[in-house]
Design a protein around this ligand. Structure first.
Ligand code: PLP
Length: 305
C-alpha cells in the first residue's frame, strides 16, 4: 500500500493529510492508475506520493508513476526500507525519484541495530534533512539555535560503524538472498504457485519473497504444517494493513482497498535470509510445493467457472 499526501492539515510534521492507495496483487505496491484516480478525486491539493518498494520489489511501472508525478509538480518519495541493493532499469532504489528512506532495523537486509538513512540528490533537501535530524539546527550547528522543528535522530558512531561493516558485506548477503529467490521461484513457477516476481528487475534485495496463499489454503494451518517440517515462516509484509489498525483510525479517510484487503491477510514469506544456502533454499522450495502444490492441482482440476 502506498499513500498520497494532500495539502490540508492532518498527519505528519509537514502538515499533510494522508490518502491511502490500494495495492496490486502482482506487486504489493500501488499502480499508476491508483495515483491517477486519487489525483482526479483530490485535485491540485495532492502534493506528492510515498511509494513503498515492498519486499524490495520495484514495480516495472514505477518510473512511469514518477514521470506522472513530476509532470504535475508533485513529488515522489521512495520508501526503500526493504530495498537495499534493488535495481530497476540500471537505477538503484532510492535513486529513482526525489528521495528515499532505508531502514537499518535488525530484521532488514542490512542493519545498524536501529536507525536508517535518507537519500536524495537534491542539495537543499539534504541540508534540511540533516537539520531535522539534529533538532532543527541548520548547518554544522551544535549550539542552541533552532531553525526547523527537528528531532534527535542522530545515528551514534558505534551504530554507524556497524553499518559500514554491514555495507561491505552487503553484496555477499544480497547474493545469498538472490540465489535463494532463484531456486525457490523456479520451483514455485513449475508448480503453478503464484508469487510476487522480481524477474523484471536487474537485481532485487529479496527482503521477502511474497507468495500468494492459494484458494482453499488456511494461513494458520499452512504455517503449522510448514513449521512441522522445519520451515518456520518469517513475518509477512503487513498482514494487517494500516487502514484497519485502530490506532490509525481517524487519521486518514478510509476508502475501499480490494487488493490490500484480499492479499495482506493471504500471503506467506518463506524464511530466506542472508545466511540461506542453496541447499536450504532447495529444501524450502520443495516443502512449499509439497504443501501448496496440492491446492493448485485442486484449482486446476476444478470445472471452469
Ligand atoms: C515498509 C517500511 N517502511 C518503513 C519502516 C520503518 O523502518 P524503521 O523501523 O527503521 O523506522 C518499516 C519497518 O519495518 C517498513 O517495513
Amino acid at each position: 500500500m502506498g499513500g498520497v499526501a494532500g495539502g490540508g492539515y492532518g498527519v505528519g510534521g509537514a502538515g499533510g493529510e494522508v490518502v491511502y492507495l490500494d495495492m496490486t496483487k502482482e506487486t504489493f505496491a500501488p499502480s499508476l492508475a491508483m495515483i491517477e484516480e486519487a489525483v482526479e478525486k483530490h485535485g491540485d491539493s495532492v502534493a506528492g506520493v510515498m511509494w513503498v518498494h515492498i519486499a524490495g520489489i520495484i514495480a516495472a511501472e514505477f518510473p512511469e508513476a514518477v514521470r506522472f508525478c513530476h509532470d504535475r509538480g508533485m513529488f515522489m518519495l521512495e520508501d526503500a526500507a526493504h530495498a537495499h541493493g534493488s535495481i530497476l532499469n540500471g537505477k538503484m532504489a532510492g535513486n529513482l525519484a526525489d528521495g528515499g528512506a532505508f531502514s537499518f532495523f535488525p530484521t532488514k537486509v542490512m542493519t545498524t541495530c536501529e536507525g536508517g538513512m535518507i537519500v536524495t540528490n537534491d542539495e537543499h533537501e539534504d541540508y534540511i534533512a540533516r537539520s531535522l535530524r539534529n533538532q532543527g539546527k541548520r548547518g554544522v550547528n551544535y549550539g542552541n539555535y533552532h531553525e526547523d522543528f527537528g528531532n534527535s535522530s542522530r545515528m551514534t558512531e558505534i551504530h554507524a560503524l556497524i553499518g559500514s561493516i554491514q555495507l561491505q558485506k552487503l553484496p555477499k548477503m544480497l547474493k545469498a538472498r538472490q540465489e535463494g529467490y532463484k531456486i525457490i521461484s523456479k520451483q514455485l513457477r513449475e508448480a503453478g504457485i503464484s508469487f510476487v516476481s522480481a524477474d523484471h528487475m536487474d537485481a532485487a534485495s529479496h527482503y521477502k519473497i511474497i507468495i500468494h496463499l492459494p484458494d482453499g489454503a488456511d494461513l494458520k494451518e499452512t504455517k503449522a504444517a510448514l513449521a512441522k517440517e522445519g520451515v518456520i515462516l518469517g513475518g509477512g509484509v503487513y498482514e494487517m494493513p494500516c487502514h484497519v489498525q485502530p490506532v490509525f483510525r481517524g487519521l486518514a479517510e478510509v476508502g475501499s482497498y480490494p487488493g490490500t484487503d484480499q492479499w495482506c491477510p493471504r500471503h506467506i514469506c518463506p524464511p530466506v535470509t542472508s545466511a540461506t544456502t542453496p541447499e536450504l533454499a532447495q529444501y524450502i522450495g520443495e516443502t512449499l510445493v509439497k504443501h501448496l502444490g496440492a491446492y493448485m492441482l485442486a484449482t486446476a482440476g476444478s470445472p471452469a467457472a
